[in-house]
Design a protein around this ligand. Structure first.
Ligand code: FRU
Length: 476
């Protein structure tokens, strides 16, 4: 039996056998391990999302491409595994990549790893369900690159179509500049030519740059990359971050004007974007962190999940992210509470649960307020706390009682200079994750939790007093 058929039989049998509760609107793998989103696109009227996938265990292993489709990026339907590592060009894994519609069908462009020392770029063509790998694979061999570029760290092609052919942005590690994104062009998507570098770390922003996406947005151009091994500072956390480089692109050169974190929580990586039919750019990331996901609990026969889709835009040259408006179709049991005084710990009637979308509009009360704490996913033994410290201007996300987060990652502090008693917080909780959007998407923070599903209480407390206007929806 072929490796692909083996994976397809395995995922089908497991999926039929296991009916554990999953997140409602976040994609998880049918079985086994998931990392990066791959090939996020629209094809034949639906969204397709592929993903890095190892069906046979809940840890990373020889990479396949899993596959799911959706009409709104929220309710997902699995399709059979799309790629298995079954040819000489990708025998050690089919790593991340992208998808483009061509006149011959849907083209997947991915990193084929023949041996752990080399990474190549490969292609497969298909009808949206079954894909045939190109006979000429690899279509790009790392030895075609100038000597100062890595042969071993050369991955994650993002391909798009232009009037005269195709373009590719792909990650590499330069001898002296470290993380770098290369730009290539091709008339036929088979023979590629290097045009130059779009941008690089210069040794400042991480070591290897993975998973580029590159697209126009609101009159400018955005390069999203995921650097490894970043140093902690007021913008970025230690280790793996997703960052946005915003600037101009004249078709040859990218001129960066601004660098910004995409998400300041610990669990958002390797995002990809797609255009909706009505022209909005939507982004989905992998909601995990390589630095500690090996040490988190395995509570299901699957591991890993994607983020919610976010609508992205630029405001004053900066990236803004909002939960995609498609979310609103899942709102149920709306509760509104205007202007409630929060002092000592209190709960609101009707406000609890593990799948919800809640907006808090803060305003000052007569007394000063030093901090506001929102406690989620709580019972006697558990709670996940969001603390807004208005004196230190920082957000603290406390997962010390969130079901087994390794200690070094359980208490996370994020400097937020603009944080004050008048901010607006939107919190999305979906079983095992929390996504926070501050001030209409100016900042986002995403985190996984592993709290047992029975822990559902929500409470608010303030050090001092503060007024909170609230809109709450359960998701269903
Ligand atoms: C990023 C990444 C990619 C690579 C893939 C392998 O999370 O390391 O660079 O293609 O995961 O699964």
């Amino acid at each position: 039996m072929s490796m692909l058929q083996k994976a397809r039989d395995y995922e089908r049998d497991y999926f039929e056998a296991y009916h554990q509760e999953r997140p409602l609107l976040h994609l998880t793998p049918p079985v086994g391990w998931m990392n990066d989103p791959n090939g996020l696109c629209r094809y034949q009227g639906r969204y397709h999302l592929f993903f890095q996938y190892h069906p046979y265990s809940t840890v990373w292993g020889p990479m396949h491409w899993g596959h799911a489709v959706s009409d709104d990026l929220l309710a997902w339907e699995y399709l059979p595994c799309a790629l298995a590592p079954d040819t000489p060009a990708d025998a050690a894994g089919c790593f991340s990549g992208s998808a483009v519609e061509t006149e011959n069908g849907l083209m997947l462009v991915y990193t084929g790893v023949p041996t752990p020392e080399r990474q190549t770029q490969c292609m497969a063509l298909g009808n949206g369900m079954d894909f045939v790998k190109c006979d000429q694979n690899p279509v790009i061999d790392p030895d075609e690159l100038p000597a100062e570029y890595s042969r071993q760290d050369f991955r994650d092609p993002k391909v798009w179509k232009e009037a005269e052919g195709y373009r590719m942005a792909v990650g590499n590690r330069h001898e002296t500049r470290s993380g770098a994104i290369l730009l290539l062009k091709s008339a036929d998507a088979r023979r590629w030519q290097l045009c130059g570098e779009l941008d690089s770390s210069q040794g400042i922003n991480g070591r290897m740059w993975e998973c580029p996406d590159f697209f126009p947005l609101d009159g400018q151009q955005v390069l999203v990359v995921s650097p490894q091994e970043m140093q902690e500072n007021e913008l970025f956390h230690q280790g793996y971050n997703a960052i946005a480089l915003i600037g101009d692109f004249d078709g040859q050169r990218f001129n960066r004007q601004l660098i910004q974190p995409v998400d300041q929580g610990l669990d958002f990586y390797a995002p990809q974007t797609v255009l909706s039919p009505d022209g909005r750019r939507l982004m989905i990331g992998w909601m995990e962190n390589w630095d500690y996901c090996k040490k988190t609990p395995r509570t299901h026969p699957w591991y890993g999940q994607m983020s919610l889709p976010r609508e992205i835009s630029l405001r004053d040259g900066r990236l803004i992210q909002r939960p995609a408006r498609e979310m609103e179709r899942y709102w149920q049991n709306t509760v509104c509470a205007e202007d409630t005084l929060v002092e000592n710990a209190r709960e609101y009637p009707g406000i609890s649960g593990r799948a919800l979308d809640m907006t808090l509009r803060l305003s000052p009360a007569e007394e000063a307020c030093h901090s506001l704490t929102v406690s989620l996913a709580a019972d006697e033994a558990h709670e996940t706390k969001l603390i807004c410290d208005f004196i230190r201007h920082e957000i603290i996300f406390d997962r010390r009682k969130s079901g087994g987060i390794p200690e070094a990652y359980a208490l996370h502090r994020v400097p937020v200079p603009e944080l004050d008693a008048q901010c607006v917080l939107r919190l999305l909780l979906d079983k095992e994750s929390v996504e926070i959007f501050l001030n209409d998407g100016e900042r986002t923070l995403s985190y996984r939790i592993f709290t047992p599903k029975e822990a559902k209480e929500i409470a608010f407390s303030a050090d001092g007093s503060i007024r909170v206007g609230m809109t709450f929806h359960t998701l269903g």
